[in-house]
Structures are given as C-alpha cells and as structure tokens.
Design a protein around this ligand. Sequence first.
Ligand code: URA
Length: 232
Amino acid sequence: MSSEHQLNLFGESNVQESSFDKKELIPTDAKIPIPMGTYADMIELAQHCNQCHRCELGKTRIHTVVGRGNLKAPIMVIGEAPGQNEDETGLPFVGRAGQLLEKILQSVKLDTEKDVYIANINKCRPPNNRVPTNEEIEACKPYLLEQIRLVDPKIILLTGATAVKGIIGDKRGITQIRGTWMEWEGRLCMPIFHPSYLLRNQSREVGKPKWLMWQDIQTVRAKYNEMMGIKS
Ligand code: URA
C-alpha cells in the first residue's frame, strides 16, 4: 500500500468509513499520523506495533514490547524502552530493573496483575540500550497515547526523565521533579526515579534515591486510596 493511500485512510474526510481497514494498514512512515481512537483494543494495537517500522528501531528488534498487567488498571507505569530481557520476551520490565519495580509496587501492596499496567515510551529496544532519540519517541508516541486512552488510568507514574519528556514534555532533570504531582490531559502523573537508577544507587540512607522512592511510592498509595475511597 502506498503512503498516500495510508494517509487517505487515516486523514481525509471524504474517505468512506467502510474503506478504513486498520488490519491492512501498515504504519511504516512516521509522518503518517495515527489518530486517537484508531484502535478498538490492545490486541489491534499490538498487531500494528508488531508490523511497525515507523523508526529505525524496527530493524533491530527481536520482539515489540507493548505492555503487561491489567488492561483496565487504575495505575499505569511508563518506562523508557525495552532492554535485552524485554526484547527477548516481548514483555516490559522483566529484567533486574523490572524485578525492583515489582518490589517497589509490592511494598505498598500494589499488584502488577491487578492494580497496574506497565508500558514504555518506545516499543522496540534501542541498540546497546541507548536512550531513544526524539524522532524515535515521536514515531512511537501515538501507540502510547492510544494505550493510555484504552487503559484509562487514574494515575500515571513516569519512571525517569525520558518518560517525563516523552509524555509531558518537561525536560527538567528527574531529581528536580520526582515526587511532584503533575496534571496532564486531565490525569494525575508523578515522575519517579527509574528503577535502573536505583540499582546503581543502592544506599537506603535518608535523602538518597532509594529513600526518596520510598517516600514517593507511599505518596502514590495515599493518593490512590483517596481516589478509590479506600480507608488506610
Ligand atoms: N527499562 C525500561 O525503561 N523499560 C523496560 O521495559 C525495561 C527496562
């Protein structure tokens, strides 16, 4: 299918609804928008991601990594991009950083199968785990926006500076903004440290990153309780 045809399918108002066959459409060109409301569910979205070549990362991936957890979770965690373990399994946050993320959530009795949905800014692994480029982030962003729409979380946790930049556009350092509530598109977001950063900074001393994370996750739990009417 030509790019022009794809563009028509997505963008032009004179195109009949019936000619809009998403399954045939391969969004290979990042200039072609993927409008909000394109995907009826996460399965359709994942099918598109699996064929996607909107950026160069599609050339080197083993698997696309879309998400895991409860598709209707009240809390969504957004990371940066898959690493080697994630690329191999097709699931986000399953390596060492993922195990630490599980522990952090469990420490305030949040269950990743029930309370949380986990996704990344980018669905494909950047070579050598480098930080995704702005072009790669933008090419992948429509998928993430659709995931947020479909899951419809009350709270979004943005792990690390890339996640904050990719969603909110705030380019400040994570140390400066972690632990603060930010409103984005009517949703409450909190930037938190990326678990990989905590793996490199193991001290639990007061004021150190691990201690700060403990404060932040308790703040998240308290807000969640308040929003859900849970008495603590
Ligand atoms: N780091 C991330 O940001 N995401 C993953 O899925 C794994 C590690």
